[in-house]
Design a protein around this ligand. Structure first.
Ligand SMILES: Cc1cc2nc3c(=O)[nH]c(=O)nc-3n(C[C@H](O)[C@H](O)[C@H](O)COP(=O)(O)OP(=O)(O)OC[C@H]3O[C@@H](n4cnc5c(N)ncnc54)[C@H](O)[C@@H]3O)c2cc1C
Length: 452
């Protein structure tokens, strides 16, 4: 490598301009002179669905930990979300939650809950990120392969193809000192690494075969429930169907029904209503009887837990990192993906702050190890229940998971009667407290004594 081609902190490229990519770009802008986001979609001017994020039609919960990080890296995020029609309210008081067949008490709990469409959350983030002068977006371009140094020890950029519908669209090489892959759960990075002579990361996939069906409704003005979100939680292996209604922009309701395997909800209109009517509690069906549908029913099945173990690789080229769903993607019922994307950006910020060498030698090793640690709790939360779903593929409950699940069932049993357990559980789910908080002696004792 000649002196003039030595990597510096001039230009970083991010593949994918969704939550993880936008947030990575925001962090990189503090450390690189220029950041380019390569995104295959055209970004819509307003909050709207786009094909590169097909899950965008479905209910997306923004956990408190995610909101805190978004506010930290994009000050004013929450205000902008609310100004554009999002909602913030008290989790305990206004989320009517049925956990393991029991309704949880509603009272002021001072744990915030945010609801908005996925399209709005991403739009607010995108507006703030693209306002940074260092960041530009190269939209309607597909990243098609990595560019590497002749000895393949460093990634030097990305080759992109314009997305204009022509198979022979011109290829362009975009040089970069650092490439961050945030292209989601179908990332082609394992294949691109193989093309450069590296091993692909080992993968863990635990698939409980979850299906979603979602429809937007407008509630009748005279229907005034005591909730802004109504949630019938699934609880495998016993309760394999559930649903959520949450208020989104314009006072509309996003209604998402869910089920594992053969219990997944249908996507036709009559089947959607019948599924809601067949749930163990009638509340969702009763609510949608007081509302008018605003569009089609949309289904979604691409929901497995998928972990690519980049942290286990012994060799990787310098100048390359993987984040977001491309690194770890989760069963969406636990609402963790966007927050984990924000956690990934936070990991990146911390790693870059510690580094002085412009070449960032070996950053991939430290970054991916830190990512594996930072996503471990989310993985544990989403897979420990999923491994008990009948028909799950890729995992079976370990002894530890059996013990944890038995304990969690006891926690769910005492929540209706113990405020402290309810608040702690809610904070754990929101990633603002670690799961170990559920083992506080007062909660532990009560859980152990819980019989029914
Ligand atoms: C049904 C469903 C419901 C969900 N519900 C929740 C929820 O309640 N709460 C929550 O926090 N999370 C939820 N998630 C997860 C959440 O959507 C993701 O975790 C989040 O979007 C972060 O993903 P990402 O940015 O890594 O990837 P994605 O959002 O998948 O985005 C990848 C981006 O990369 C672009 N791209 C892909 N390949 C290329 C390429 N070769 N070149 C250029 N661009 C490319 C795509 O167009 C897209 O913009 C849900 C997911 C699903 C499937």
């Amino acid at each position: 490598m000649t002196e003039s081609s030595m990597p510096s902190r001039q230009h970083a490229v991010v593949i994918g301009g969704s939550m993880a990519g936008l947030l990575a770009a925001r962090v990189l802008a503090d450390h690189f002179a220029r950041v380019t986001i390569i995104e295959r979609d055209q970004f819509p001017a307003d909050p709207a669905f786009r094909p590169g994020v097909p899950q965008g039609r479905h209910l997306h919960v923004l956990l408190e930990r995610g909101q805190q990080l978004l506010e930290q890296y994009l000050p004013g995020f929450t205000k902008s979300l609310l100004a554009r029609g999002g909602y913030a309210y008290d989790f305990i008081e206004e989320v009517r939650l049925n956990a393991a067949g029991h309704w949880t008490p509603q009272y002021r709990g001072d744990i915030p809950f945010f609801s908005a469409s996925r399209n709005l959350v991403e739009w607010v983030v995108r507006q703030a990120v693209l306002a940074r002068p260092e960041i530009t977006a190269m939209t309607k371009h597909d990243a098609v392969e990595l560019l590497a140094s002749p000895d393949k020890r460093r990634v030097m950029g990305v080759r992109v193809r314009e997305r204009d519908g022509q198979a022979d669209s011109p290829l362009t090489d975009v040089a970069a000192d650092l490439v961050v892959d945030a292209s989601g759960r179908h990332s082609r990075m394992p294949e691109w690494l193989r093309m450069l002579g590296y091993q692909a990361p080992p993968e863990t996939v635990i698939d409980p075969h979850l299906g979603y069906s979602t429809r937007l409704y407008k509630p009748h003005a005279d229907f005034t429930p005591n909730w802004k979100t109504l949630y019938l939680m699934m609880n495998p292996p016993n309760i394999l169907q559930g649903g959520v209604i949450t208020v989104v922009e314009g006072g509309n309701w996003l209604v998402t029904l869910s089920g594992y395997g053969e219990h997944a909800p249908p996507t036709d209109e009559a089947g959607f209503v019948a599924f809601a009517q067949g749930l163990p509690f009638p509340d969702i069906a009763e609510a949608i009887a007081h509302a008018d549908p605003q569009g089609s029913v949309y289904g979604y099945r691409d929901t497995s837990n998928q972990l690519r173990h980049y942290e286990r690789l012994h060799r990787m080229p310098d100048g390359l990192l993987v984040t977001g769903d491309a690194f770890a993607a989760f069963d969406p019922v636990y609402g963790q993906g966007m927050s984990t994307a924000a956690i990934g950006a936070d990991v990146l910020a911390r790693q870059l702050q510690r580094r002085r060498d412009p070449a960032l030698h070996g950053l991939w090793r430290d970054f991916h190890r830190a990512m594996a640690q930072a996503t471990a709790t989310a993985w544990q939360l989403s897979t420990s229940g999923d491994v008990t779903v009948p028909g799950v593929t890729g995992g079976k409950p370990s002894l530890m998971e059996r013990v944890q699940n038995a304990y969690l069932r006891r926690i769910l049993r005492i929540i209706p009667r113990m405020k402290r357990a309810q608040l702690t559980f809610t904070r754990v789910v929101n990633m603002t407290e670690p799961p170990t908080a559920l083992f506080h002696p007062a909660i532990f004792l009560r859980a152990m004594l819980a019989w029914k």
